[in-house]
Each structure stands twice: as structure tokens, then as C-alpha cells.
Design a binder for this molecule. Structure first.
Ligand code: HEM
Length: 516
């Protein structure tokens, strides 16, 4: 296969073993730390690995990530094919130009944007996302986000033992409201339960090597009854769940639109735009676009809930470990709120205060840098023929991973990188651009980053305005130290459950929250 390869060397990396290459060198937990260590060992911010025939390029500096994933994004925007998740479970289909319209209609139901190959279908999803989620457009969601932040305060006040649960509720509430305009229930919500049931198998199926069929795609042809083919039955069940996750809330929103009771949401806006173009398109086109809208909305819960929750949970851990940063942010909020009170305004932060709360914004950026939600971003794939970078050969089809963990813990850019220091973003405003890398790079950058940032921002500002977060005291009178342990699989970096003490800052605050 490599007979056309140029004579240039591959980037450095650990020695490859016969056939398996580095497959067994890559740890299944916290691989970003190992990659960072290799980058130091080989003194290179670009490393080459080979796992069972697949070339992998690990980028460990902002420069390398921007050079390849942004400046050359025309050829570095594809995604890897995972046979289990993409083909058997129906999360993605690669559509060629000549795909018949029936097939197109059928498969558009089942696609998850993040796993989609770079092409026409992905572009359709991105365009829809862009319409509703660009920086200015998300202001339409500010009232929902504010309401959800106030509900969060009320829940924390009433039940301070379960802060993580309340943060998850807020994340789910905002994503479902932004996607469908649906208000979810605090417990046993049917839409959330369905989305959870469909997302859980997906997060397991995309872990590299979790299913043998990913390494040996030919296995997809063995019949379901064949011994060892349990994965096929699982895939079929999971696929049904994925379909229902898209179908059920979408139909509910359509029903509400028909009776004119649907609030603004991604689905209502996208269907509205479709209606305004109705004269120009055939009914087949309309059916196609409805299916694309349904599939795009169906992506949002899986892509948006755990990511937002991870950042919010890290925020609480950061406050436990850094009381002085918490105090500084509270002083900033108090001084702005005092001015508002004097002017007869309400006593809680709103989005209008964002420009006057630079330390709070810096704190949110530091949360996303300190323990990035996706330490390895999301894999990009080189879709062109072999490329050359800094004198190294990048083989065609290479999976390219940006090690955000290494980028964000680069001492040259972030001195004392493992410490939580929001002021670094105030001292050097150029660093804000770096923090944006938490949402990825180039054409595949998170399309909902503005919504995600504003959700985290309003939650952080509201909590700090009203509560003090401290380490709890155990029955033995000793301070309980959080372990700062995270689950660390390939795509999911989430604090493991921990305890904290969260108390209202004053009696006035209690009345304020109760009056919301
Ligand atoms: C703290 C919250 C979030 C973080 C840190 C985050 C981070 C990311 C990252 C790193 C990527 C991969 C970018 C790349 O390939 O270079 C991504 C992609 C994506 N995110 Fe987010 N995200 C967050 C919240 C959300 C939310 C709330 C939604 C939806 C409502 C969302 C939807 C998506 C989608 C659809 C993609 C795939 C884009 C594509 O492949 O074209 N994300 N996100």
C-alpha cells in the first residue's frame, strides 16, 4: 500500500511491534498523559503511532494543531470510521453523490454529526447548527439559560447534598430546550431517559478496540445467530434506541408547532425556515430536510449534556481547591450587584453583566483549560493523499488527534499549568484564543460552543453570587478532601462523584432565591 510514499521520515514515536504496531502501548485510561510523556521523550510536538495498521498522529502544541487542523482544514476534517458505532448501530452513514434518494431519506434518520464523514451530509448538518447557534443567534436562548440557572439555585438551596445531580439537570434542561423547546421534568423525564438509554451504548461503542468488528470490519457479515456474534444483536437493539431518541421529541415539537404552542428552538427555527422556502422545493426535498433536522437535533443531547456537566463539576472541584479564586470572583460579582441594587435592579447576575465580570469569565476559561472536558479533542482524519509537515510524512488516512491536555499544560504558555489561576487570562488577553481550543479546531470545531460557554458562565456567576462552596466536614470533625479523581476513557473526562458543602452566603440570598 505504501509503494507511493515519499522518502521523507514519519514523525518520531515509540517503536512499532510486528503487525500490532503500538496497539498495546496505548493505555485505555488517561491516554493523553502517556502521549504527553512521549512528546517529551521524543522532544517533538508531533508523534507518530501505528495501531493495528492505522497511522495516528498526535499533536501536542497549539502551533501544530492550528497549522494542520485549521490552516489545512480542507484536508484534515474527516472522521474515522468505527464499524460498530457507525455502520452497525446506525450512527453514521457515508453518502456518496450518487446515493439514491430513498437511501438518502432512510439514512438521514440515523446520523450523529460528530461521527459523520466529511462531505455533503455533514455540511447540511453544520449549516443547520450554524443558523441557530452562532454567537449572536444564541442570545435567543439567554432567557431559557437564566431561568434554568435560577431553578438550579432553588434546587441547590432545597437539596444541597446533590449538587452534581442538579448541575446535570441544568445541562439537560438547556440542551433539550435549545434543541426542541421541551421543558424536561426534574426526575424520570421520558425524553431524558430515552436519550440516556441511546447515548450510553454509543459512548461504549466508540472506545477504540471495544468491539472486535472495529479491527476486523469483515466480521460485520457474520449472521446474528453465529456464536460470538452477540455484538450484532446489541447493535440492532441500540440502533432502535437511537432511532427512537430522534423520533419521539421531534414529533412532539412538530405537534406543538401545529397547535402554535412551540417556543423558539433549533427544531422550530429550522422547520420555520423550511416553510418559508416551501414554494421553491419539491415534497421529496422537504421530506429529506425534515429528516436532516431531526437527525441534527438528535445529536444534541449526546454531544451537549455530559460535556457541559463535566465542566460544571470541574468548576465545583476548582472552587474547593482554590478558595481565594472563589473569593475574588464573589467580590467582583458583589460590587456589580451592589451597583445594580442601588439602581433598583435585581440582585442576581444576568448576561448583561458579562462585560463587567471579566474575572468570572476568566475563571470559566480556566475551568475549561485546567481539566479540559475532551482532553484529546475529537479525532480528525487526513482525507487527501499523503501530506508533508515540517519535513515529516503524514500518511494518507492518518487519524490526527490534538492532545488538548498537553496544549493546556504547556509550561511555556501557561506557567504553573497544573495550578488554577484565572488571572492568567486577564494578564494576557491573547490567551482567550487558546482557551477556545477546548472546543476543538477548524471546520469541525464544536458548533454549539457559544451556547455551551454561556450556559457554564451563567451557572458559575449565579452560584458564586449566592453560595459559598467549601470542603465538607465529616462526622469525625475532619475536613473531607475531594479525591479529584476522574473517569478517563478516550472521549469522556468526568469527575467521579465527590462531596462538597454548599451554603447560602446570607439570609438575604435565601429570600432572593425563594422569591425567584
Ligand atoms: C463544555 C461543553 C462542550 C465542550 C467542551 C465541547 C467540545 C467539543 C469538541 C472538542 C468537539 C470536537 C471538535 C473537533 O473535532 O475539533 C465538539 C464537537 C461537537 N460538539 Fe461540542 N462541546 C461542548 C458542548 C456541546 C453542546 C452543548 C452541543 C450541542 C448542543 C455540542 C455539539 C457538538 C457537535 C454536534 C459536535 C460535532 C461537530 C462536527 O463534527 O462537525 N457540544 N465539541
Amino acid at each position: 500500500r505504501n509503494h507511493k510514499s515519499s522518502k521523507l521520515p514519519l514523525p518520531p514515536g515509540p517503536r512499532k511491534r510486528f503487525i500490532v504496531g503500538n496497539l498495546f502501548d496505548i493505555p485505555s485510561s488517561f491516554p493523553w498523559e502517556t502521549y504527553m510523556e512521549w512528546s517529551r521523550r521524543y522532544d517533538s510536538d508531533i508523534i507518530h503511532l501505528k495501531a493495528a495498521g492505522q497511522s495516528m498522529i498526535i499533536l501536542s502544541s497549539m502551533q501544530a494543531a492550528v497549522d494542520l487542523l485549521e490552516r489545512r482544514s480542507a484536508i484534515y476534517s474527516d472522521r474515522p470510521q468505527l464499524t460498530m458505532a457507525n455502520e452497525l448501530m446506525g450512527w453514521d452513514f457515508h453518502l456518496g453523490k450518487n446515493t439514491s434518494s430513498e437511501v438518502r431519506h432512510y439514512v438521514a434518520d440515523l446520523i450523529l454529526t460528530a461521527f459523520m464523514r466529511y462531505g455533503e451530509q455533514w455540511r447540511a448538518h453544520r449549516r443547520l447548527f450554524q443558523n441557530t447557534f452562532q454567537a449572536d443567534a444564541i442570545k435567543k436562548f439567554h432567557s431559557t439559560e437564566l431561568l434554568s440557572a435560577h431553578l438550579l439555585l432553588r434546587r441547590i438551596l432545597d437539596d444541597p447534598e446533590n449538587v452534581l445531580l442538579h448541575l446535570r439537570q441544568m445541562a439537560a434542561e438547556i440542551v433539550m430546550s435549545a434543541a426542541y423547546g421541551i421543558d424536561v421534568l426534574p426526575v424520570n423525564d421520558p425524553y431524558v431517559d430515552l436519550a440516556e438509554a441511546a447515548t450510553d451504548p454509543m459512548t461504549r461503542a466508540v472506545v477504540p478496540g471495544a468491539f472486535l468488528v472495529d479491527l476486523i470490519p469483515l466480521l460485520r457479515y457474520i449472521p446474528e445467530w453465529f456464536p460470538g456474534a452477540g455484538f450484532k444483536r446489541k447493535a440492532r437493539e441500540w440502533k432502535t434506541l437511537a432511532q427512537k431518541m430522534q423520533e419521539v421529541p421531534f414529533e412532539e415539537t412538530k405537534r406543538r408547532i401545529a397547535e402554535s404552542s412551540a417556543p423558539h428552538s433549533f427544531v422550530s427555527e429550522a422547520l420555520d425556515n423550511l416553510d418559508s422556502k416551501d414554494g421553491e422545493s419539491s415534497s421529496q426535498d422537504r421530506e429529506y430536510w425534515e429528516r436532516v433536522i431531526k437527525a441534527t437535533a438528535g445529536t444534541m443531547y449526546s454531544a451537549g449534556t455530559d460535556t457541559t456537566l463535566s465542566a460544571l463539576a470541574t468548576f465545583i472541584l476548582a472552587m474547593l481547591a482554590n478558595p481565594e479564586a472563589q473569593k475574588k470572583a464573589q467580590m467582583e460579582i458583589d460590587s456589580i450587584m451592589a451597583g445594580k441594587h442601588a439602581g433598583g435592579g435585581q440582585g442576581l447576575p444576568s448576561f448583561d453583566d458579562e462585560a463587567n465580570l471579566p474575572y468570572v469569565s476568566a475563571l470559566v476559561r480556566e475551568v475549561l483549560r485546567w481539566r479540559p472536558v475532551a482532553p484529546l479533542g475529537f479525532p480528525h482524519v487526513l482525507s487527501s493523499a499523503e501530506d508533508v509537515y515540517r519535513g515529516y510524512r503524514i500518511p494518507a488516512g492518518s487519524v490526527v488527534i490534538s492532545n488538548l491536555w498537553a496544549i493546556f499544560h504547556d509550561e511555556a504558555v501557561f506557567p504553573h499549568a497544573y495550578e488554577f489561576k484565572p488571572e492568567r487570562f486577564l494578564l494576557d488577553p491573547n490567551l482567550a484564543k487558546y482557551a477556545d481550543a477546548a472546543f476543538g479546531f477548524g471546520r469541525r470545531i464544536c458548533p454549539a460552543r457559544h451556547l455551551a460557554f454561556s450556559t457554564i458562565w451563567i451557572a458559575v456567576a449565579s452560584i458564586l453570587a449566592t453560595f459559598d462552596i467549601t470542603k465538607p466536614i465529616g462526622d469525625d470533625g475532619q475536613v473531607i478532601e475531594p479525591t479529584h479523581e476522574y473517569s478517563g476513557t478516550a472521549i469522556n473526562f468526568m469527575p467521579l462523584p465527590f462531596k462538597c458543602s454548599i451554603k447560602p452566603r446570607s439570609k438575604e440570598v435565601v429570600s432572593l432565591i425563594q422569591a425567584l
